[in-house]
Design a protein around this ligand. Structure first.
Ligand SMILES: Cc1ncc(COP(=O)(O)O)c(C=O)c1O
Length: 351
């Protein structure tokens, strides 16, 4: 740490991302990427674009992408915002709406929320999940303040019914409800349609998971035109060219290629359900994850030990050393071959 670092940043604990090992030495089931490539149309578009106009800045209005997203969601383009990954979308939302304001979030959820809260000076309040790690909307009905919920939640994978989220938005017009649907496509339900009705609801999505574009860094937000205008105010005060030329067209093509999206998403859901059953047969307890990962606890081996043993066998999963969930592993739904390798590693370990 240099002597120049400002006090607020020096007191922060930065987010620690999942390991990104170089080379292919691991079966990588730790950061919820898709085991399939992105839409071939996205890849073709990237190849085309690489040969053109790289000396020019990208479109700061990201019009092609906004139009593709608006068409996909069936909303007006003025209700869509695009950012450099949903992490940046969330960061800009925290910056725009939450400074010195109270924000409630589940005690077990996406690790970036408390980090952004500190960075952008929000008053962050954790709301405990129930004993079974599910979320009770009633807890949030009682409190005054803004709300951020990942739905389905991470790392539990559990989803809150859309009707319950609607109750939260409807109960108090003076609070902002941010719903992070990074994994929503693997659940098949979304709060996006509610954004037409509630101007205090902001839904955030990503192309990193269901569109297999984690490396391109594209996230989206859908909300009232006023909320979207506010996010653009932050963007144009910070980094107007936040989405590069390749990401822009790759994301637009991926959103347009509905057939590929539906096929790959359905495949992941079916693999997830198969993986859940296979783990249950081996004595694991699991949440009923609606995401592209499962959240599972061995009845024989502690989480820390199992994480390391799997790593020795070149299978990389994610573990959070936190109260209540330290014995769980979050395991990305990989390809059939990757799932088979995981299960045979578990069998060899007698986990
Ligand atoms: C709940 C949740 N929200 C947001 C993100 C950020 O995704 P990205 O920045 O790749 O869009 C993640 C990434 O793992 C996540 O798990």
């Amino acid at each position: 740490m240099s002597r120049f670092l400002s006090g607020r940043i020096s007191r922060m604990s930065p987010y620690i991302p999942g390991e990104q090992p170089r080379g292919g030495q691991y079966i990588k089931l730790n950061t919820n990427e898709l085991p399939f490539p992105p839409s071939p149309k996205a890849i073709e578009a990237i190849n085309r674009e690489v040969l053109r106009d790289m000396r020019l800045y990208p479109d700061p209005e990201v019009s092609v992408l906004i139009k593709a997203a608006a068409d996909f969601y069936g909303v007006a383009p003025s209700m869509v915002y695009a950012g450099n990954g949903s992490d940046e979308v969330l960061a800009f939302a925290f910056m725009a709406f939450l400074e010195r304001r109270r924000l409630f979030a589940p005690d077990i959820s996406y690790g970036f929320y408390p980090v952004y809260a500190r960075l952008f000076d929000a008053d962050y309040q954790e709301m405990p999940l129930r004993e079974d790690l599910s979320l009770s909307v009633d807890d949030y009905m009682k409190v005054h303040g803004n709300i951020v919920i990942a739905n389905p939640n991470a790392p539990t994978g559990l989803a809150v019914p859309v009707e319950d989220i609607e109750k939260l938005a409807a109960a108090r017009q003076d609070r902002l409800v941010i719903i992070d649907e990074a994994y929503g496509d693997f659940w098949g339900q979304s709060c996006v349609p509610l954004t037409e009705k509630y101007d205090n609801l902001l839904v955030v999505q990503t192309l990193s998971k269901s569109r297999a574009l984690a490396g391109m860094r594209v996230g989206l937000a859908v909300g009232s035109p006023a909320l979207i205008e506010d996010l653009n105010r932050v963007k144009f005060s910070f980094h107007p060219y936040n989405i590069n030329r390749l990401s822009l067209i790759a994301a637009a093509e991926a959103l347009e290629d509905r057939k590929y999206f539906e096929k790959t998403t359905a495949k992941i859901i079916s693999l997830r359900e198969g993986l859940k059953s296979a783990l249950r047969e081996r004595g694991f307890s699991l949440t009923d994850s609606q995401s592209n990962f499962v959240f599972a606890k061995s009845c024989k081996t502690g989480g820390g030990e199992l994480y390391l043993k799997l790593k020795e066998k070149r299978v990389l999963v994610r573990r959070f050393d936190l109260p209540r969930i330290r014995d769980y592993l979050r395991i990305t739904v990989g390809s059939e071959g990757e799932i088979a390798a995981l299960l045979s590693a578990l069998d060899e370990l007698r986990a």
